[in-house]
Write a new protein. Structure first.
Length: 182
């Protein structure tokens, strides 16, 4: 056995360009190209699993760059998203938002653009801009007849029931008073 033996999690291993089963039976001979392809695939799969476990996204075009998506921040404009872009070669860290302007330059900007293209920002939810005293019709859990008004951080209907402004159960909404002018 050589010192380059690689054992997979299923017990199979590669040694001197031969693939063995977990019962140490010879399964087949591998040429160098096959062995290299298997090794690269295993490394790629392990890296992808590690990236997922750490909550990061790796650039396809620049694999030395990773992106950590920003956490939702209610103080940011609706539809705006930020991310942290890290160059793993030197640890350089940059923060970009969906409103990347032309004065940014370099690989980090391109990686951020690639990330935002792969993870589009959801359409803004108009009811998040509701103001106290306005009357809205909301679709909540499939029921599209909830007529509500905003009080504080929650919508209240005319029966006193409430729905939190940022509730995931709201799927659509439109303001009916005051009327929206074109």
């Amino acid at each position: 056995m050589s010192d380059t033996r690689f054992t997979a999690s299923n017990g199979w291993y590669v040694d001197e360009n031969r693939l063995y089963t977990e019962l140490r039976g010879l399964w087949g001979l591998l040429d160098r190209q096959e062995a290299l392809a298997l090794a690269e695939y295993g490394a790629h799969k392990a890296q992808a699993e590690r990236d997922a476990a750490l909550g990061r996204w790796r650039s396809v075009e620049r694999p030395d760059w990773v992106v950590y998506p920003g956490k939702p921040d209610e103080s940011l404009p609706v539809g705006y998203q930020e991310c942290v872009v890290v160059d793993e070669r030197d640890g350089n860290r940059l923060v970009y938002g969906t409103l990347i302007t032309s004065w940014y330059s370099g690989e980090g900007k391109e990686v951020a653009r690639e990330f935002f293209a792969a993870h589009p920002v959801p359409e803004p939810k108009p009811w998040l801009d509701a103001q106290p005293g306005e009357v809205w019709v909301l679709t909540v859990n499939g029921d599209d007849s909830r007529i509500v008004t905003l009080i504080g951080f929650e919508f209240r209907d005319f029966h006193g029931d409430y729905i939190l402004l940022r509730s995931d159960s709201i799927t659509a909404g439109r303001r009916i008073w005051p009327e929206v002018s074109a």
